[in-house]
Design a binder for this molecule. Structure first.
Ligand code: HEM
Length: 465
């Protein structure tokens, strides 16, 4: 019996070792004299995904302590090199032309479209980015978008007095509807609710496994994309038929005022990109700002002072202007500190288009590189007392131009919507803190990994000031 057990145990061990070795890419272990980065690849098919999702940031820290700040793994379906090295992260982000192209999951690329900005590289990317910057850049914010954002926020934050609201739900709705208003002036469009439903399915679809079976999130997301494309195509047709001039993002994209004239497919993919990229980022940053302001009365007081000073210069119905926005220095600091401490973005994904050398290591063609920037947010050398919510640390603008500033990515794909996102959140905070005070209702749980979210909602009781 003991023999059977020992033999079985030995066989089991061999099987485990064989399985954990399954995806050790032996043929790639050396190329010339370069080695793959150190690390483990985990179980067949699943790699180390379960451990990564269960332990989250602790998994990354554990691997770093064993293997250093550049290590290999197999997570989320792909052999991956994780880089937690700030210099290497910067190098990868600055050097797309050396073969480090976006490495987002297939489901995301399928659902966001062939001409989505993350799906194009090189010259195509340059053109698409140029047309995008023309519709979300500072001149457009100042002249066209800010008045729309202001009008939207006033209405969206109306009637919250003496209500218990789920601020997670409200900020999600805000991010989507505010974008729709800026894109096409849509606020009373009859199809807006149907659009909202389809958009939520699309978002979930991008985060799912690409299984084309009815009932899967991927299948639903893909169908949602088709429906959204249908609605946007009808809108384009309507606009062309009416010949009216529209001063919104869509009007600008259709007018071909930049060097490159977009096809209809490209216009639609650009709109889906704008909606998608600003959705979770803006909504979670806004929700977490409400959380941190609730927990830090001194910060809230200083923020209110800044916003009341602006209000006192105006009549009650006057909108926020570009100059007001530029004067919101402390608000900007609150937003950046929120983004840092909550780590709204853990990192970005790239993949190699050829066999490549990275920090002296060999990285095979098609491997993912996880430019993992999260730990930099908690690095005491960069941010003294890193776990403290301290917006004042951002008051020197030079912090934003430091080489370790990756909250909005870096290099050729640095977030083109950064200023727009900050303008939206600032306007939201302006009306929120000058109109209301609030208390948490209780029972709210906030998760920060793999995404920032309140799984059961984040409920607050709101009263007028
Ligand atoms: C607080 C808000 C935001 C945060 C934290 C954020 C963060 C980021 C980050 C980290 C990247 C780099 C992705 C990569 O390198 O793969 C990025 C790219 C991008 N963001 Fe944002 N973003 C925000 C708001 C917005 C908004 C409002 C828009 C709407 C226009 C937007 C549009 C984009 C686009 C289109 C890209 C891809 C750029 C390219 O590939 O060239 N973002 N963002």
């Amino acid at each position: 019996m003991a023999f059977v057990l020992t033999t079985s145990a030995a066989l089991f061990c061999c099987l485990c070792i064989a399985l954990t070795k399954w995806n050790e890419p032996s043929k790639h272990v050396t190329k010339g004299r370069s080695l793959l980065p150190p690390g483990t690849m985990g179980w067949p098919f699943f790699g180390e995904t379960a451990e990564f999702l269960k332990l989250g940031p602790d998994f990354m820290k554990k691997q770093r302590s064993r293997y250093g700040s550049v290590f290999k793994s197999h997570i989320l379906g792909c052999p991956t090199v994780v880089s937690m090295d700030p210099d290497l992260n910067r190098y990868i982000l600055m050097n797309e032309s050396k073969g480090f192209v976006p490495g987002y999951p297939q489901s995301m690329l399928d659902i966001l479209g062939r001409r989505n900005i993350a799906a194009v590289h090189g010259e195509d990317h340059r053109k698409m980015r140029g047309t995008l910057l023309a519709v979300v850049g500072p001149a457009m914010i100042r002249d066209r978008l800010l008045p729309k954002i202001d009008e939207f926020m006033r209405l969206h934050l109306r009637d919250w007095d003496r209500c218990v609201i789920d601020i997670q739900e409200k900020t999600k709705e805000m991010a989507l509807l505010s974008s729709l208003k800026q894109i096409a002036g849509i606020d009373s469009w009859p199809g807006v609710e149907a659009f909202e439903d389809e958009f939520f399915k699309l978002v979930i679809g991008t985060l799912s496994l690409p299984v084309v079976l009815p009932g899967t999130n991927y299948h639903r997301g893909f169908r949602a994309r088709k429906n959204i494309v249908g609605m946007l195509t009808a809108l384009l047709k309507e606009r062309r038929a009416s010949m009216d001039v529209h001063q919104d993002m869509l009007g600008r994209l259709m007018s071909g005022q930049s060097n490159y004239r977009l096809t209809d497919e490209e216009i639609i993919d650009q709109i889906i990109t704008i909606l998608y990229s600003g959705y979770e980022t803006v909504s979670t940053t806004s929700m977490m700002a409400v959380k941190y302001l609730h927990d830090h009365p001194r910060v809230l007081e200083e923020l209110r002072d800044e916003h009341f000073a602006i209000r006192h210069r105006k009549n009650p119905e006057d909108p926020i202007t570009w100059e007001d926005l530029k004067s919101m220095r402390f608000t900007r600091a609150v937003i950046l500190e929120t983004s840092r401490l909550a780590t709204v973005v853990n990192g970005v994904l790239r993949k190699t288009i050829d066999d490549t050398k990275v920090n002296g290591y060999f990285v095979p063609k098609g491997w993912r590189i996880y430019v993992y920037t999260r730990e930099m947010n908690y690095d005491a050398d960069i941010y003294p007392d890193p776990l403290l919510f301290d917006p004042w640390r951002w008051l020197s603008r030079s912090r934003e131009s430091q080489s370790q500033f990756f909250l909005f990515g870096g290099g050729t794909r640095h977030c083109p919507g950064m200023e727009l996102g900050i303008a939206e959140i600032s306007t939201f905070l302006h009306y929120f803190v000058t109109r209301y005070r609030w208390e948490e209702v209780g029972g709210n749980k906030l998760m920060k990994f793999p995404r920032v979210e309140a799984p059961n909602g984040y409920r607050i009781r709101v009263d007028v000031l």
